[in-house]
Design a protein around this ligand. Structure first.
Ligand SMILES: *Cc1c(COP(=O)(O)O)cnc(C)c1O
Length: 379
């Protein structure tokens, strides 16, 4: 089945008692047994909920995976992954990882005896060198936020498999429509479904998908034991949203490409970061593992003041954290999403004071371009 069909049908079937086409919001915390010990497979709302099951099966299908698990946030999903590991385990993580992920690993999980190395995972040699005898896990973001660096997923999974190391890719930026890490041999894929998967800036959510039965069993255990599960209503909202994921992603991509074309000739921008640009250092790799380039563009404007002035001058692009919604947003990573990342690490990865990140929405591209051009006039 093709993506646009799966997004509408996978995991969903007419409701049994009424035939309702749309999976209902099963707003219940518990389920009645007809006789003692005879349940219908549903016992308690944290453990299992029909609306959540529909969403989990839908997302698993979109990621070409067998098992899906939903969480109350993207961070809760990442926390569940990291609790697969034990004190003494060494974990390698992309250096330009989402700020909240860095905070969870560095300020919380590290206190429990896990060891982390942050490296440029797009450099396979560096990756090889950083593997230690106790390395158990490689956690990668590709493309990264906000630098849009790309890691070769096939080579990563081959290397990791040869050393019995688990791999996970945060696929939030591409969504399952443009990239499917499991197809390249990655063990687990995670999403902040808050972003493109839900796409309407009205839900916080996260998910994990895997093809491995043993990992799935363990994640199911962790999901139930830790308890950071999403509400039935949030699951329902996300289910409604995935029905248009392909159409939204196409529109994000088309608008971002059009904006890049205009901005490439703009002298006031020092550097433009977008994996769909031929000037992107990993353009060929991007084309080989992604089916599109998404809606995130980063711009280097040269200084803190110029970045701030540009953000303040935009009218359609709203200054806000988050990304992946239908409306266009702008963010200044240094003062917003990446504030917790130490300055020396930010500088190492090129995350400067003058960097601005655009989350290009699905409005009319001419309006978006005009907004950006007008804002550049103040610089
Ligand atoms: C937002 C985000 C997260 C965290 O997800 P929440 O839903 O905000 O908890 C993780 N990874 C990436 C790449 C993100 O953009």
């Amino acid at each position: 089945m093709k993506f646009a069909t799966k997004q509408i049908h996978a995991g969903q079937h007419p409701e049994e008692t009424t035939g309702a086409v749309i999976t209902p919001i099963f707003q219940t915390s518990t389920y009645s047994n007809e006789k003692l010990g005879e349940s219908k497979g549903y016992d308690y709302g944290r453990t299992i909920n029909p609306t959540r099951v529909a969403l989990e099966n839908n997302l698993a299908a979109l990621e070409n995976g067998k098992y899906g698990f939903c969480f109350s946030s993207g961070m809760a999903a990442i926390q569940a992954i990291i609790t697969l590991f034990k004190p003494g385990d060494h974990i390698i993580c992309t250096n330009n990882v989402y700020g909240g992920t860095y905070r969870l690993f560095e300020l919380i999980i590290k206190n429990y005896g896990l060891e982390f190395s942050y490296i440029d995972t797009s450099d396979l040699e560096e990756l090889k060198k950083s593997i230690k005898p106790n390395t158990k896990f490689i956690y990668v973001e590709t493309p990264t936020n906000p630098m849009l660096n790309i890691t070769d997923m096939k080579k990563l999974s081959e290397l990791a498999k040869s050393k019995n190391i688990l791999t996970c890719v945060d696929n939030t930026f591409m969504s399952p429509y443009f990239q499917n890490p499991l197809d390249f041999g990655i063990d687990i894929v995670n999403h902040s479904s808050t972003k493109y998967i839900n796409g309407h800036s009205d839900v916080i959510g996260g998910c994990l998908v895997t093809n491995d039965e043993k990992i799935a069993e363990r994640i199911k255990f962790l999901q139930n034991s830790i308890g950071a599960v999403p509400s039935p209503f949030d699951c329902w909202l996300i289910l409604r949203s995935t029905k248009t994921l392909a159409q939204r992603m196409k529109a994000h991509n088309e608008n971002a490409m059009a904006i890049c074309e205009v901005l490439s000739n703009e002298k006031k921008i020092q550097k433009l970061f977008y994996p769909g640009l031929e000037t992107h250092p990993q353009y060929e790799l991007a084309k080989s593992q992604m089916r599109g380039f998404g809606g995130i563009i980063s711009l280097e404007l040269g200084s803190f003041d110029r970045a701030v002035n540009f953000c303040n001058a935009l009218k359609l692009f709203q200054i806000a954290e988050s990304l992946g919604g239908v409306e266009s947003l702008v963010c200044h990573p240094v003062s917003m999403t990446h504030g917790v990342v130490p300055k020396n690490i930010r500088e190492e990865i090129g995350l400067t004071d003058g960097l601005v990140r655009l989350s290009v929405g699905i409005e009319d591209k001419d309006d978006l371009i005009e907004d950006i051009k007008n804002a550049l006039k103040v610089l």
